[in-house]
Ligand binder design. Structure first.
Ligand SMILES: Nc1ncnc2c1ncn2[C@@H]1O[C@H](COP(=O)(O)OP(=O)(O)OP(=O)(O)O)[C@@H](O)[C@H]1O
Length: 233
């Protein structure tokens, strides 16, 4: 059960080579932090992990199966949360939005309700299922988006800058959940250029620079990070 990326190359138009021949694997229960300066290609790379982008060259396989072969399976195996989830909501209220994914999996109502309650609890939104999403703050919306991904119970979870809008308590709570998921065997990928919170949890830190892997290390030195444009924790 892994995400395996081989030779991933992606261009925007003729001129922008956003990701240049990246190969890496994320194993079960592995916590990988993907760092790198603005524009280094992080988002372009992870969007390929469940088929949201198709690389110009290279392949992505999820649990041994090429994403192209079965995009639906890839989307349910790899949960994704993006930085600014404003457009990603499908329902008007918190609870119905988080329930949407599990409902589509055809689960029993009790199971859905349990997943929703559990996911809202993880992001410190317990008891707020009836609230309207368009009346939430930016950070609260981000937390709902994270809860939506958690409720899908995916094999892998990819979070792109998940902590930017989160207050300290929410951040700690989400990190606790990510740690628990990792311990249960879920592969976790966190995209960030701020290593403060996540470095201690990371099994590996991969740094992209100009679309290529510039560093892939379990415990990189502060100097090695700084050299590649990443502020050490
Ligand atoms: N839709 C797009 N059209 C054209 N160029 C794009 C597009 N999206 C990204 N790029 C370019 O591709 C490169 C990689 O962008 P990407 O968003 O993957 O980087 P990133 O590491 O996630 O950056 P950030 O830390 O700022 O989120 C950048 O040079 C960016 O300008």
């Amino acid at each position: 059960m892994t995400i395996t990326v081989e030779g991933y190359t992606y261009r925007y138009g003729e001129d922008v080579l956003a990701v240049d021949d990246v190969s890496l694997a994320v194993g079960d229960g592995e916590f990988l932090v993907l760092a790198g300066a603005n524009g280094s290609g992080k988002t372009t790379l992870v969007r390929g992990f469940n088929g949201l982008l198709t690389p110009d060259r290279g392949t992505v396989s999820v649990n041994g199966r090429p994403v192209d072969d079965d995009p639906v399976a890839a989307r349910s195996a790899v949960g994704m949360v993006f930085q600014d989830p404003r457009d990603g909501f499908v329902a008007a209220t918190v609870g119905s939005d988080v329930a949407f994914g599990p409902e589509n999996l055809g689960l029993e109502r009790a199971d859905i309700d349990r997943r929703v309650a559990d996911a809202l609890d993880a992001v410190r939104m317990a008891g707020r299922g009836e609230e309207r999403i368009d009346e939430l703050s930016g950070g609260e919306r981000e937390r709902v988006a994270i809860a939506g991904a958690l409720a899908m119970d995916p094999d892998h979870l990819v979070l792109d800058e998940p902590f930017t809008g989160l207050d300290w308590a929410a951040r700690r709570s989400v990190l606790d959940r990510l740690r628990a998921l990792r311990d249960e065997g879920v592969g976790v990928v966190v995209v960030t250029h701020d290593l403060r919170d996540v470095a201690a949890l990371a099994d590996r830190i991969v740094v992209l620079a100009d679309g290529a892997v510039a560093l892939d290390d379990a415990d990189p030195s502060p100097a090695a990070l700084a050299e590649r444009g990443v502020r050490p924790p």
